[in-house]
Design a protein around this ligand. Structure first.
Ligand code: XMP
Length: 319
């Protein structure tokens, strides 16, 4: 695609001009955006870039391993993986308000980056995969008064104490354009085609208090659901599909015993940019297959429901 080839060349020149011979730290989230940003910046400045992947314990199944494989084996880009599960879980204990969760996670991300930057002897720039919709959705609701719907974790700049400037080469792009750029840069299709995943991760898919146990339950349910979606050949037809763990227990019966476990909600939407979305109309047989497998395979869940809400009035994530 000639447009993306041009964009790539222009951005590489811009990044070089902005960064000079200084060091850049890039935060990876496991998603497409930050991966594309990192590969683009690496192409521009090579070894001046170090990527930092924070494992906050809020990742999907096997996500950390996939990121490690892509960056270390496929691209040979310097990568630091920070095991930060304990401090994120400790900080999230008792936090139930969605914006409070987002603010804590965003702040703690920055703290971890700051620490890693110091360990590397300082970095002058922090790179992020911020996209155009992230920028506008954090600022105001389209067409309306200025109201924050959600504080996206990577928007809003850095605290004053940090001397790092931001490098955000994807700030003008929409998701479909980022995917084209990723292809242009040679990222494997399976990575480029991945469903979006929010920086705050599973924390915003567990209404109420987040804990490691709840994350473990959700990770398993999500993996079963995505496995069914892939088996049915539907993955690429869907913008985003994921499981949500509701902090509500309901009564069920299994064998001849009573169960009293959590509810799992399944979400799947189609969209072109994440700004609006329609629900994916699975057939009933597919959904009941997912429900049966999740309840059989995931201890802690005994009821599965499907979310029929479009955006608007819903948002894609639950928090
Ligand atoms: P919502 O829930 O606002 O989500 O309809 C729109 C799209 O943005 C993703 N999302 C985020 N991505 N950091 C991100 O990088 C965030 O804090 C964040 N919050 C939501 C969401 O997954 C969907 O694709």
């Amino acid at each position: 695609d000639w447009t993306m080839a041009e964009f790539r060349a222009t951005k590489i020149a811009e990044i070089r001009a902005q960064v000079g011979d200084k060091r850049v730290l890039c935060g990876l989230s496991g998603g497409v955006d930050s991966a594309v940003a990192a590969v683009l910046i690496h192409e521009a400045i090579g070894e001046q870039l170090t990527c930092v992947f924070v494992d906050h314990g809020l990742l999907r199944m096997n996500e950390r391993e996939q990121v490690e494989r892509l960056f270390r084996d496929h691209y040979n880009i310097p990568l630091v993986v920070v095991d930060a599960e304990e401090r994120f879980m400790a900080g999230l204990a008792g936090v139930t308000d969605p914006e409070a969760k987002r603010k804590f996670i965003g702040g703690e991300f920055i703290n971890v980056f700051d620490e890693e930057a110091q360990k590397l002897g300082g970095a002058d720039f922090l790179a992020q995969g911020t996209l155009y919709p992230d920028v506008i959705e954090s600022v105001s609701f389209t067409g309306g008064p200025s109201v924050t719907i959600k504080s996206h974790h990577n928007v809003g700049g850095l605290p004053a104490r940090m001397k790092m400037a931001l490098v955000e080469p994807l700030r003008e792009l929409f998701k479909d354009e980022v995917r084209l750029l990723g292809k242009e840069l040679g990222l494997p299709d399976i990575f480029v085609g991945r469903h979006p995943f929010p920086g705050p991760g599973l924390a915003i898919r567990i209404p109420g208090e987040v804990s490691k146990d709840r994350c473990d339950i959700l990770r398993k349910a999500d993996a079963v659901y995505l496995d069914e979606i892939r088996n049915a050949g539907l993955y690429d037809a869907i913008w985003q599909a994921f499981a949500v763990l509701l902090p509500v227990k309901t009564v069920g019966v299994m064998g001849d015993g009573r169960t009293y476990d959590f509810v799992c909600a399944l979400r799947a939407v189609t969209s072109t940019d994440g700004m609006t979305a329609d629900i994916y109309p699975f057939d009933a047989a597919f959904l009941s297959r997912c429900a049966t497998r999740i309840i059989n395979e995931v201890q802690g869940i005994n009821r599965v429901v499907y979310d029929y809400t479009s955006k608007p009035p819903g948002t894609i994530e639950w928090e």
